[in-house]
Design a protein around this ligand. Structure first.
Ligand code: GLU
Length: 501
């Protein structure tokens, strides 16, 4: 078999949809696994809807996911329009396509049923169907003469009257469609002879020697038409593997228009996802390795990926538009938290830094020496409970700045319920100031000793101290918090919190 060549072919008419990002990933995985080539083709033929901004955001999205190592120059489809036109006109010369001179006002819109009705209305006669286009069998000389005289025309593929189109889809199996269900599809639009989508895709895929087409299942209908174009052009058809759709919780197609930013890949970058985590999550939307392993490094994905492992059933993206905590799929958030919790610190720190910088929390001293050591210790401690990188500057703010907010529920639960804390917190501050050497262990001894002497449970002081030092009700071990927040800041915050009791 010839070497695998696959392509990702987005239309730059908006941001990168997560479904498209998944398509890119599957193509990339397949290329990397087989030692084949991964190509990018920007399908910018719709001049009205395509924008440079969208192209940029798609490329940025691929870069973020680590999929931007295309093996050849990026192909911009609009630059190939002449080739697409030539191919269509060649088919006209070979009698496999024809010029349709139907005046604009009488043209159907490519809808088979409408075309049949239209032709019947015009009295094309008994048994008229959408193949009864009067120009279908116009002699070539006449067709050329009329075109030469400047009469506008569209070019249509001459689909056989009888038979079935067939192709084998790697995921969905044998696909058949009766020719009677396929219109004589337009290849070049009347007037400016702009090549239409199905023609451009096929001509480019042939030119780029694409061996496997992996794309969304919503393209299955197009594939039947494209198979006919391959055949007419005398080119072998590639292997098709259509991917299941990604659906919204109500099983509607997940769309940018209806569901907004949750569908856009860059949202995940901007809301604190680790690229590797989101990539891992995307890989499992419609595919699973044979052993069902969920946390997969890129190397493991490449090793385990197979077209046969792609599911037929659509994947559901579970999120709730009315609940901010469930703004995206819970599994995506879980996966991200797992990465944040377990990834090598050396890989996490470079992601935390821009987060702190953007929030104005970064200090130059974190770059080296004792400051860097403190940062590592702190990140290691607090990452255990975080879901996104945003949490480092949000819930984690108190570790990096003194002007943090207290969670109201935490204050009510841990500070306001016990009036004795008004005296106990300053007393704890004093003990903490005297802890020597200042570390988690000596802080623990100091706190427990005070609890014993005062006749209260250690838990009371632990919870109160946690809220005093971090503003939160939950977090890492309290004694470790003392150690990273430091002697003076800890004491200060304990005293300040007494005022909240
Ligand atoms: N440009 C098409 C799209 O964005 C994809 C075409 C293809 O993969 O063949 O849906």
């Amino acid at each position: 078999m010839s070497a695998v060549r696959v392509r990702f072919a987005p239309s730059p008419t908006g941001y990168l949809h997560i479904g498209a990002a998944r398509t890119a990933l599957f193509n990339w995985l397949y290329a990397r696994q087989t030692g084949g080539k991964f190509l990018l083709r920007v399908e910018d033929t719709d001049a009205q809807r395509s924008t440079d901004e969208s192209t940029r955001s798609i490329i940025e999205g691929l870069e973020w996911l680590g999929l931007a190592d295309y093996d050849e120059e990026i192909v911009f489809q609009s630059r190939n329009a002449d080739k697409h036109r030539e191919a269509a006109l060649r088919l006209v010369n070979e009698g496999k396509a024809y010029r349709d001179f139907t005046p604009k006002e009488e043209r159907g819109d490519g809808n088979v049923k409408q075309e049949i009705a239209e032709r019947a209305r015009k009295g094309a006669g008994e048994g008229a169907d959408h193949r009864s286009n009067p120009f279908r069998d116009l002699p070539l000389e006449e067709s050329e003469a009329r075109a030469g005289a400047g009469e506008p025309y569209a070019v249509r593929l001459k689909v056989a009257r009888e038979g079935r189109s067939r192709f084998e889809d790697v995921v969905y199996g044998a696909q058949e469609r009766d020719y009677s269900e396929i219109e004589d599809l337009v290849l070049l639009r009347s007037g400016e002879l702009a090549p239409l989508y199905n023609l451009s895709v096929v001509v480019d895929d042939i030119e780029m020697r694409i061996t496997h087409v992996l794309r969304g299942q919503d393209h299955l209908t197009n594939t039947h038409k494209q198979a006919l174009i391959y055949e007419a052009l005398g080119a072998p058809i590639p292997r098709f593997a259509h991917l299941p759709l990604i659906l919204a919780p109500n099983k509607a197609k997940l769309s940018k228009r209806k569901h907004g930013e949750v569908v856009s890949l860059t949202t995940y970058r901007d809301r604190g996802f680790v690229a590797a985590a989101f990539r891992n999550y995307l890989a499992l939307l419609g595919w699973a390795p044979p052993d069902d392993q969920e946390m997969l490094s890129l190397a493991e994905m490449v090793e385990k990926f197979s077209l046969e492992g792609i599911h037929r059933s659509n994947a559901v993206f579970n999120f709730s538009e009315s609940d901010a905590r469930q703004w995206t799929d819970q599994k995506a958030l879980w996966m991200n938290s797992e990465y944040i919790r377990t990834m090598p610190l050396a890989e996490l720190l470079p992601l935390v830094r821009p987060e702190l910088e953007a929030a104005g929390l970064w200090k130059p001293e974190y770059a080296e020496g004792a400051g860097a050591a403190w940062l590592e210790k702190t990140v290691e401690l607090i990452r255990q409970r975080f879901y996104t990188l945003k949490d480092f500057s949000g819930q984690g703010r108190a570790y990096f700045a003194d002007d943090f907010e207290y969670d109201e529920a935490a204050v009510a639960k841990n500070l306001k319920k016990e009036p004795r804390l008004k005296e106990l917190l300053p007393a704890l501050a004093e003990r903490i100031e005297r802890a020597e050497p200042f570390d988690a262990e000596t802080c623990e001894q100091a706190l427990r000793a005070l609890a014993d002497e005062a006749g209260v449970k250690a838990g009371l002081l632990i919870n109160a101290a946690r809220t005093a030092l971090t503003g939160q009700a939950v977090g890492p071990s309290m004694f470790d918090i003392f150690a990273v927040v430091g002697r003076d800041r800890s004491a200060e915050r304990l005293r300040a919190a007494a005022a909240l009791v």
